[in-house]
Design a protein. Structure first.
Length: 458
């Protein structure tokens, strides 16, 4: 197994092709030899039977029998081979006995049908056919035999020819398999070479392999898609790192600047207390920003365990609005509902409250005094859509695609931050991803509308 693990795919293919060729050639060679041997044996038996049949014809004529008895050499000349055996005998003596090599003749159980037997059970050297016939009052025993020496020599030669040709066939097939495997994996080697040239500085590079091989094309396409995703994620990571540095630098610079000013000369206790309160606010904002970043990271890597339950949308929205009652009254704003009483979703209650609360908080923060926040919910065949609309507020269209990105601020000065550290909408997007949903934002006639889209089968 370790040796196979070190072999290349081309070598494995060549080895497999060689093994298959070996099995095929050996099987075909073995079957060919077996069939040829059976055919030779059958022909030998037919030849022996033909000798007995010819002798039957002679024995029908009494005059011919007398001649064969007086001159047995006549039939011996007719047989003509030293390895041939032929015996005709009656009850008293042998009429014909042709056995040049003096082969031992075993005892046979004769019948009126031609039978076959070998001289010995294992490694026979002679094949016999024998029969008993009767003409008138006289019974004759006929024995025809043939030595296997010539036949075995022919079979042995045939066997070694099959071995030779099979070996040559296996060798040629193995070489052909190696050449074919090397050729087929040529595009794979090009693919590997192009892949090795890609690094962090060349993430925009793509793999271009010209090949008619469908699998190589699919692999190349899949790797290009993977590179596209890696490039996008790397760009997001780089942007995220830059945003983190920017977001942390501002409060840290403020803390350092204020501390340096205080330390430059003696200050009264009240001023020091105010500085500490100011530092505490910055620390709280940094803490919330870090918590938000950790939440997004866990959500994106699916580390947040979801315990879902059936939720009534109207009750969920009213609970969240009640939490913001004081803030809404402070801004002299009002909330209107447009949803049915029985509309429900299956989701994590705490996370959905956080997502909707972030949108409502965002609407309050950026809404107008005495403005209206509209909460709507509707159901289609496949989704439930919850809408938080801030009437009288519009966002430039160029900002809409990026509002759910981390740290993205419509206000270029970045001076006004939400309590989530600029990550409120990014958290909303992550929560929806955890629920296999999505987020959208659009400018309507009344104002900007943020939509939470949840699948019915969640």
């Amino acid at each position: 197994m370790n040796i196979m693990g070190k072999l290349s795919l081309a070598s494995r293919l060549s080895l497999a092709f060689s093994l298959i060729s070996c099995v095929v050639f050996i099987s075909i060679g073995g079957l060919s030899y077996q069939n040829f041997r059976e055919m030779v044996y059958t022909q030998q038996d037919k030849a022996l039977a033909a000798r007995i049949k010819r002798m039957e014809v002679f024995l029908t004529d009494a005059h011919t029998v007398q001649i064969l008895g007086k001159y047995p050499k006549l039939y011996e000349n007719m047989v003509g081979h030293e390895d041939s055996i032929f015996i005709v005998k009656d009850a008293q003596h042998d009429l014909i006995k042709i056995n040049p090599l003096q082969v031992n003749i075993p005892e046979f159980n004769y019948s009126n049908q031609i039978q076959y037997a070998n001289n010995i059970a294992k490694h026979p050297s002679t094949r016999f056919a024998f029969q008993s016939i009767q003409y008138g009052q006289q019974q004759y025993h006929l024995i025809a035999g043939q030595q296997w020496a010539a036949v075995n020599m022919m079979l042995k030669q045939y066997f070694w020819k099959i071995v030779l040709y099979s070996g040559l066939g296996i060798l040629c097939s193995s070489l052909l398999g190696f050449v074919v495997g090397h050729y087929l994996f040529r595009s794979m080697r090009h693919l590997i070479a192009e892949t090795n040239n890609i690094n962090v500085q060349k993430l925009n590079s793509r793999i271009h392999v010209r090949s008619n091989n469908i699998e190589v094309q699919q692999l190349s396409h899949a790797m290009n898609e993977m590179l596209e995703k890696i490039q996008q994620d790397y760009q997001k990571l780089a942007q995220f790192s830059e945003d983190i540095a920017h977001e942390l630098r501002t409060p840290l610079n403020n803390l350092m600047g204020q501390t340096q000013i205080i330390l430059s000369q003696s200050r009264p206790l009240e001023e020091l207390e105010n500085l500490l309160y100011s530092h505490l606010e910055e620390y709280e904002r940094l803490t919330k920003m870090i918590e938000s970043m950790l939440f997004i990271a866990r959500a994106e890597y699916a580390e947040y365990g979801l315990e879902k339950q059936a939720l009534n949308v109207k009750q969920l929205l009213k609970t969240i609005v009640d939490y913001f009652d004081c803030v809404i009254e402070e801004h002299q704003m009002s909330v209107v509902f447009d949803l049915s009483d029985d509309l429900g979703i299956v989701a994590n209650s705490a996370l959905m409250q956080r997502a909707i609360a972030n949108l409502i908080s965002n609407a309050i923060l950026h809404g107008k005094e005495q403005g209206v926040i509209a909460l709507q919910a509707s159901q289609s065949d496949q989704h439930v859509v919850i809408v938080v609309k801030t009437e009288g507020v519009f966002i430039d269209e160029k900002h809409l695609p990026y509002l759910f990105d981390r740290f993205y601020q419509v206000d270029e000065s970045r001076q006004q931050k939400a309590q989530t550290g600029g990550l409120g909408l990014a958290i909303v997007s992550s929560i929806m991803q955890l629920h296999a949903g999505s987020t959208e934002v659009e400018n309507r006639f009344e104002g900007v509308a943020f939509k939470l889209i949840l699948p019915l089968k969640n």
